[in-house]
Design a protein around this ligand. Structure first.
Ligand code: SAM
Length: 230
């Protein structure tokens, strides 16, 4: 069975999808979806030989070799036109890496209607990428598991996606509108952490003015949001 984080990613894969899971490691996501009859076929992409072997092993063990193909490839290069992939998942990496992977071989997304992305950090980079590359954010989720908060972003191809401002890019338009207890707790922690960093920086001998200013800006941005929703 899947972690709550991966189960949430899985819940946004449409019935009958042809899925590419990029950075699949053990291929738990496509294997689970194939076993439950959600996906009709899948590609499990990995760039590192060790995890690629894990994926191959898992797919073979579950007798899913007809449905899921493991490929040793960098990012979207795991996707071939003949796969007719319509859904791509990328989970468990930094937002900057996810954005790099999507940008590098963007043409491979030609038939793709839905992206399901789970950045560990740098979520605003991912939202920025989506709205500038013809993908409309359709929902977001925030999962708290093992002391970590994980944001899951779901986007569908659309010609003129909503152009979000800084606050929506940073906090997530849907997460902000929901302002769930998990969301409030996450940003309360982030506020406390940033305030501690500011204190440390200010007590240092040479205080870089830019660093102080950016920390203060971050603190007031979070405070403003928490006052509104908390
Ligand atoms: N997606 C799984 C999950 O969410 O549980 C595994 C996450 S694991 C922390 C990240 C995986 O991404 C690693 O196995 C790593 O080798 C792979 N990876 C990193 N960069 C990649 C790239 N450019 N192309 C394909 N896989 C990549």
């Amino acid at each position: 069975h899947l972690s709550q984080r991966l189960a949430t990613v899985a819940s946004y894969v449409p019935q009958g999808a042809r899925l590419a899971d990029i950075g699949t490691d053990h291929a738990y996501l496509p294997v689970n979806l194939a076993k439950r009859g959600v996906i009709t076929s899948g590609v499990a992409g990995e760039v590192v030989p060790g995890p690629f072997k894990n994926a191959e092993h898992e797919i073979h063990k579950e007798n899913l070799s007809d449905q899921i193909t493991a490929r040793l490839a960098n990012g979207l290069q795991a996707i071939e036109p003949t796969d007719h992939i319509d859904t791509v998942a990328i989970a468990g990496m930094g937002g900057t890496l996810i954005t790099q992977i999507l940008t590098q071989d963007f043409d491979r997304l030609a038939g793709v209607q839905r992206l399901i992305l789970q950045p560990n950090v740098g979520e605003s980079n991912v939202r920025q990428f989506l709205m500038t590359h013809g993908f409309q954010l359709v929902t977001e989720n925030l999962v708290s598991e093992d002391g970590h908060d994980y944001e899951i972003l779901v986007a569908d191809r659309q010609e003129n996606p909503t152009q979000y401002g800084a606050e929506d890019l940073h906090f997530g338009p849907y997460l902000l509108a929901d302002h769930s207890p998990v969301f409030v707790a996450k940003w309360q922690r982030e506020l406390a952490r940033t305030e501690a960093v500011l204190q440390q920086v200010e007590s240092a001998n040479e205080v870089p003015a830019e660093k102080v200013a950016s920390l203060k800006a971050k603190i007031s941005e979070i405070k403003e949001v928490l006052q509104r929703v908390g």
